[in-house]
Design a protein around this ligand. Sequence first.
Ligand code: PLP
Length: 429
Amino acid sequence: PSREEVAYFGAGPAPMPTPVLEQGARAFLNFEDSGLSLAEISHRSPTANKILADTRAALASLLEIPDSYEILFMHGGGSGEFSAVVYNMVAMWVEKRRQMAERELGDAQEEILEKVKKEVREEMRLDYIVSGSWSLKASQEAANLLEPLKDGGKVGNLVNIVTDAREWNDGKFGKIPHEDTWKLTSPKASVFTYYCDNETVDGVEFPSFPKCLEPKEEGDDRLVVADMSSNFLSRRVDVSKYAVIYGGAQKNIGITDVTLVIVRQDILAAAPSPSFLHDVGIWSPPAILNWSIIAKNNSLYNTMPIFSIWIAGQVMRSLLSTHDDAKVAGQEAVANAKAEIIYRILDSNPSVYQVVPEKSVRSRMNICFRIEDDATEKEFLQGAEGRMLQGLKGHRSVGGIRISNYNAVPMVNVQKLASYLEDFAQRKR
Ligand code: PLP
């Protein structure tokens, strides 16, 4: 079949806008008649620099990112950022505490070191809201990286699980527990509060920014870190509420190999000294995950996938040109409308389709549901294949069906899928 004949709903890598695939094919062979492939050009060339600048500008415009934020292109995907968040934010917290101790103790270096060491082990906490498989993985990575600080298990839990959604839903993900039940560390002791805005595997999306993470008083600077890998650029976001937002490009923004990180500049400015960190017993962030180093080098610390960054820029440009206001609001309306079409059919056939998550937290991006039994699910998938509707199998860890409704899924494909869902339900009712 041709690319146009297939309606693809894969969860990541995800569908791409056809015009971008076509431009990409040309650029891969011969970029803008330069005689070179975009995969061949130097990441230090003026062309590469322009691609970085253009892609940054498109993202800043779509998301209305304030000037006080830096946009970084990184390696390592969402998983790389699970580690980067811990490395960078802990180093910054330690530096802040060192400066406070210095103000109090002058240049009594031994005492400063002892004070900060004690605070790291007794006070410091990393807050994780666990609402699905990806935030769980991120919290496990934090626990793994911090394990050496536990001093043989004498220290309390450095990773604070603010809430684990499974405890409120029979051991499974599918809801976001009420904020009244969350156990947050005080903003002063908390290195950051982490959440995953859209849980790709479990189909759970935060309906809005959690209220209890809003600043309660002047100077109450709770640093919020969000993984937006699977709902990036699908709705408006008040970037100023976050310390860090990140996501792999391969779902809503482009192809794999590049990770976007939006980070508040004051976090990069902290510049902890590696030797002090080592004395405290903390690693200095590895260069490749070190946001300050990446920022100082204009995201060209080492060889970057310029082709992937260019593709992300083209996807953003195509989103920008689809909507008059050049912002993400238009994309949000489209995403909502597409998701509503699917959920309406699922909800009106409850004897055939059972949506997994609770209604109030259903994802607009990853629509997860079950069909009565394995054999019927298989029949559903086979029938879908027969109509060239692909990429619908649920994640291997949870099974079921998952429809991924990312930015590049056109309405016409949603309509094709909707009519299949109707036909299948009619046969099974
Ligand atoms: N976070 C979310 C929400 C994801 O959906 C994924 C991957 O699907 C990841 C993180 C991990 O991303 P990567 O595969 O780029 O490491």
